[in-house]
Design a protein around this ligand. Structure first.
Ligand SMILES: Nc1ncnc2c1ncn2[C@@H]1O[C@H](COP(=O)(O)OP(=O)(O)O)[C@@H](O)[C@H]1O
Ligand SMILES: [Mg+2]
Length: 216
């Protein structure tokens, strides 16, 4: 279970204080797939980063299966994040000098773990067999996003955080990525998809709106 309790996040820009997230609470149970719609600048990315352990809120707590994410020290939090949380971004964030299979396996390599059959399984699942030795620059946007999704699912996380993941994709690949999010939630995972795209949001079980850091 994910429990976001009264989180607030400020940014200081010169003398201006920006409230990116404003006293936001949200509880999601296993298998829930929620879409959060919001205009550019409404706080979507700040919210996902905060939930995912990448950005400490100024107020409030994030509980994942009763663990208070920000009470863990930096190393513990990094390990927790790697195992429990999958991130997918609009800009893919692939490592440019690694191949598709190396990008998917990167979290294993970083942990000095053996590359087992899981990587091949994901390559197969996302239709990347013919591309596994390609570099990101040799891929289409859809192939890049499928690679990023495979990497995010490597450790069977509990939560998948998807930031405008269909923003750079054609309709076919958007459908495929959204179907994968659905499948992940059908298997018990929690999905938060943030988007300004109405049709992408409609794939979720529930849609909420964020505006000026306030969720409704
Ligand atoms: N690092 C930062 N420094 C200052 N302001 C920021 C920073 N990141 C985001 N913001 C501001 O916080 C607000 C929310 O941003 P963001 O979470 O990126 O929104 P979204 O993802 O919905 O576009 C915006 O007003 C944005 O300009
Ligand atoms: Mg954003």
């Amino acid at each position: 279970m994910l429990k976001v309790e009264n989180i607030t996040k400020f940014y200081q820009k010169g003398s201006t204080k920006i409230t990116a997230i404003n006293d936001l609470s949200l509880t999601l149970n296993k298998g829930e797939f929620i879409a959060i719609k919001g205009e550019s600048g409404s706080g979507k990315t700040s919210l996902l980063h905060t939930i995912g352990g990448l950005l400490r809120p100024d107020e409030g707590t994030i509980l994942i299966n009763k663990h208070d994410v920000y009470s863990l020290n930096k190393n513990e939090r990094a390990a927790f994040r790697a195992e429990q949380i999958g991130f997918v971004f609009q800009q893919f964030h692939l490592i440019p000098y690694l191949t598709v299979s190396e990008n998917i396996a990167a979290p294993l390599i970083a942990k000095k773990l053996k590359i087992g059959s899981r990587v091949d399984e994901l390559i197969e699942k996302f239709g990347l067999s013919e591309r596994k030795n390609h570099l990101p620059k040799e891929l289409s946007a859809g192939e890049k996003q499928r690679t990023a999704l495979a990497r995010a699912l490597l450790f069977n996380p509990q939560i998948l955080l998807a930031d405008e993941v269909t923003g750079n994709l054609d309709p076919g690949n958007s459908e495929l990525v959204l179907d994968s999010l659905r499948e992940f939630s059908d298997n018990g995972g929690i999905v938060i998809l943030v988007t300004h795209d109405e049709s992408a949001a409609s794939k979720a079980d529930k849609t909420m709106t964020i505006s000026n850091g306030i969720l409704s």
